[in-house]
Structures are given as structure tokens and as C-alpha cells.
Design a protein around this ligand. Structure first.
Ligand code: THU
Length: 160
């Protein structure tokens, strides 16, 4: 028997103003689109802004449904939109922010497992890392240098 370990690493920025200005702008767009979330059931609003290598920014917010599983997270709304409109552009960076109507979310909110799996598909397709920045409503911003760093030991097309 042997053990293996996989290490993940994050950069932590205490303040929005500590981020490079390009990421500050991206996060500000995520905050704005977060307000468009349709979240009458969870009251948990998520916004995502994606920067592409063609300079375009694609936005998404979570969209819920009375049939709960029919709703979709902000990250997938945004990344599927990017894939649908700019299929040949590379995704450079994603900014994610979440806010609850019930309390002030200060913990950095990472993308859920399903969103990680979806983002992974695009990172593998384009063969370059996607930087992911995530925060709550207030508080620190975490940066993952790639999706793979957020989803080690992932399932991908190479197993098919
Ligand atoms: N949500 C997202 O939009 N992204 C995530 O990564 C986690 C959860 C949404 C789904 C649902 O509308 C609400 O947040 C509560 O789970």
C-alpha cells in the first residue's frame, strides 16, 4: 500500500483593492450581475463575470425554478453562454461573488462541484488554465490559478 497526496493552493487577497485592476473590474461586473439573480427560493444570489481572450466579458447569475433541479448556477449560466456565443475564444479568468438575503456572506464562496466539472470541460478543451477568483458579499477574495487546482483528480474525456 502507498499513499498519494494532491496539494491545492490559493492566493488570498484581503481587499478588492489588492487585486490587479483588471480583476477588480471583472469582480465589479460580477457584483452588478449578481443583482439579476433569480433566487426566490434560496435567497442566495450569485454573479459571475468571465473574461475571454478576445476581450469580451460574459456574465451570468443563478436562475432558480420551482422544480428545484431545473435551475442553474451562475457559473454555468455564464460559461455556457461564453461557449454558445464565442466557441473559439479562450476563457482567461472568472470572477464569482455570492450574497445572501439572510445574512452578510463574508466567506469566499467557491463554485459547486457541478460547476467545477463544467468549467473543467472548457479548461481541458482550450488546454490553458482558467484563473478563478471567488468571494462572498464582503471579505477576502480567493484566487485559484486553474480549475484543476479546484478539482483535483477530476473525471475527464481521457477516461472515455
Ligand atoms: N449557486 C450558484 O449559483 N453557484 C454555486 O456555485 C453554488 C450555488 C446557486 C444555486 C442556487 O440558486 C443557490 O445558489 C443556492 O444553492
Amino acid at each position: 500500500m502507498k499513499e498519494i497526496s494532491i496539494t491545492t493552493r490559493f492566493s488570498v487577497f484581503d481587499l478588492l483593492s489588492d487585486l490587479p485592476s483588471e480583476i477588480q473590474d471583472l469582480m465589479e461586473q460580477a457584483v452588478i450581475v449578481r443583482k439579476n439573480a433569480y433566487a426566490p427560493y434560496s435567497k442566495f444570489k450569485v454573479g459571475t463575470a468571465i473574461l475571454l481572450d478576445n476581450g469580451q466579458i460574459v456574465l451570468g447569475s443563478n436562475q432558480e425554478n420551482a422544480a428545484f433541479p431545473s435551475g442553474l448556477c451562475a457559473e454555468r449560466v455564464a460559461i455556457f453562454q461564453a461557449g454558445a456565443i464565442y466557441p473559439n475564444a479562450k476563457i482567461l479568468k472568472m470572477a464569482i461573488t455570492a450574497a445572501s438575503d439572510n445574512n452578510k456572506t463574508s466567506a469566499p464562496i467557491p463554485p459547486c462541484g457541478s460547476c467545477r466539472q463544467s468549467i473543467a470541460e472548457y479548461e481541458i478543451k482550450q488546454n490553458t488554465p482558467i484563473e478563478i477568483y471567488f468571494m462572498g458579499e464582503i471579505g477576502a477574495i480567493y484566487k485559484s490559478a486553474s480549475l484543476k487546482n479546484l478539482l483535483p483528480f477530476m473525471f475527464d474525456k481521457n477516461f472515455l
